[in-house]
Design a protein around this ligand. Structure first.
Ligand SMILES: Cc1cc2nc3c(=O)[nH]c(=O)nc-3n(C[C@H](O)[C@H](O)[C@H](O)COP(=O)(O)OP(=O)(O)OC[C@H]3O[C@@H](n4cnc5c(N)ncnc54)[C@H](O)[C@@H]3O)c2cc1C
Length: 84
């Protein structure tokens, strides 16, 4: 039931959570508090290198297919972060 009750408290950066505790991704938009020169990758949270996919992501559609799709999609962005 992670989708119903997000377990995000162990991650630092509580400002990256929405009112219900779900992780917000930045949708590749640069916000004032973004600390890096590069813009955030899709699905990357306000914490550089931390991505939110599936139910844990704020405003996700809470479906298996989308969670799996986001999971496969995010791999290429994780690879980019690891290469930085
Ligand atoms: C009752 C119910 C019915 C549903 N019916 C449908 C349906 O018919 N069709 C559909 O498409 N979707 C359905 N869903 C939604 C679907 O189950 C979710 O969208 C999908 O499982 C999300 O996948 P996920 O990997 O993001 O999260 P999850 O499947 O919740 O996986 C997250 C995993 O992380 C683990 N975890 C949590 N915290 C930690 C931690 N600190 N360390 C390590 N592991 C941790 C959890 O134990 C869990 O195994 C249903 C959901 C529920 C609750």
């Amino acid at each position: 039931m992670t989708g119903a009750e997000p377990k995000t408290e162990w991650l630092p950066g509580s400002d990256a959570l929405d009112a219900k505790g779900f992780r917000q991704d930045r949708g590749a938009e640069v916000q004032d508090d973004w600390p890096l020169h590069r813009p955030p990758y899709p699905l990357e949270t306000s914490l550089p290198g931390v991505f939110a996919v599936g139910d844990i992501r704020s405003e996700s559609v809470k479906r298996v297919a989308s969670a799996v799709g986001e999971g496969s999609m995010v791999v290429q962005f994780v690879d980019k972060v690891l290469a930085e």
